[in-house]
Design a protein around this ligand. Structure first.
Ligand code: FES
Ligand code: FES
Length: 210
C-alpha cells in the first residue's frame, strides 16, 4: 500500500510539473501572440451635426435661426423665436395643437423640420390679428365659448383658417359646411376638454368672414 501511494504521489508530482510547464508555455505563447497585435484604437467621439443658419418667414417677417438641422418648426417657434402661441401637445402628430399654416396649408409643426420650410410663408396664431383687431375666428371662439382650458385653441383656430382656405380654393359655396363635413375637416385637431360643439359653433359663426 505504501509503495502504491508513493508511486501514485510520484505520478501526481510529475503530472503537476508537466502541467505547470504547459500552462507557463501557453501563457508565454499567448503573450508573444498578443504583442504582435496593434492596440485597439481609441473610440472617436460621435460627431454631432454642425449648426446651420436657417431663414424663416414667420407672419410676414424674416427671422433667422442658427440651430441643429434636426430642429422642428415647433421648437423653432416656441424656443428660438419667442412665439409660444403654437402649442406642443403630443409632439408626435396626433393632436393638432401645433397646427400652423405653411404656404397656406395646415401642417403639424411638430412633424416639420424648420430647415424644410425656409423662405416659405408661415402663419402662426400670433399672425392672425391685424392692427390690434382680433381675427373673426378669434372673436367667434370667445363669443361661442369655444374653449375650456384653451390648450388646443390656437391649433383649432389656425386649422379652421386653413380649412376655410381649402374650401375657397375648391370654389365651394360660402355657406357653412354641413356638420359631418366640418367634423371631418377639423378631425386632425383634438380637444381633450371636449369643447367640440362650441368649437364648431364658433367656426360656423365666423365662416363667411374668414
Ligand atoms: S403637438 Fe403636434 S400634433 Fe400634437
Ligand atoms: S379647450 Fe382644453 S383641450 Fe381644447
Amino acid at each position: 500500500m505504501a509503495a502504491g501511494r508513493s508511486a501514485s504521489f510520484t505520478m501526481s508530482r510529475r503530472q503537476f510539473v508537466v502541467s505547470s510547464l504547459v500552462v507557463a508555455f501557453a501563457a508565454a505563447f499567448a503573450d508573444a501572440c498578443g504583442s504582435t497585435h496593434a492596440p485597439a484604437p481609441a473610440l472617436e467621439p460621435v460627431a454631432t451635426p454642425d449648426e446651420i443658419e436657417m431663414s424663416l418667414t414667420i407672419n410676414g417677417t424674416k427671422r433667422t435661426v442658427r440651430a441643429d438641422a434636426r430642429l422642428t418648426l415647433l421648437d423653432a417657434l416656441r424656443e428660438r423665436l419667442s412665439l409660444p402661441g403654437t402649442k406642443k401637445g403630443c409632439d408626435q402628430g396626433q393632436c393638432g395643437a401645433c397646427t400652423v399654416l405653411v404656404d397656406g396649408r395646415r401642417v403639424n409643426a411638430c412633424l416639420t423640420l424648420a430647415v424644410m420650410v425656409q423662405d416659405v410663408p408661415i402663419i402662426t396664431i400670433e399672425g392672425l390679428s391685424k392692427d390690434g383687431s382680433q381675427h373673426p375666428l378669434q372673436a367667434a371662439f370667445i363669443a361661442e365659448d369655444g374653449f375650456q382650458c384653451g390648450y388646443c385653441t390656437s391649433g383649432q383656430i389656425i386649422s379652421a383658417v386653413g380649412l376655410r382656405r381649402e374650401c375657397r380654393a375648391r370654389k365651394m359655396s360660402d355657406a357653412p359646411l354641413a356638420d359631418d363635413e366640418l367634423r371631418e375637416g377639423m378631425s386632425g385637431n383634438l380637444c381633450r376638454c371636449g369643447a367640440y360643439p362650441n368649437i364648431r359653433a364658433a367656426i360656423n359663426r365666423a365662416w363667411k368672414e374668414t
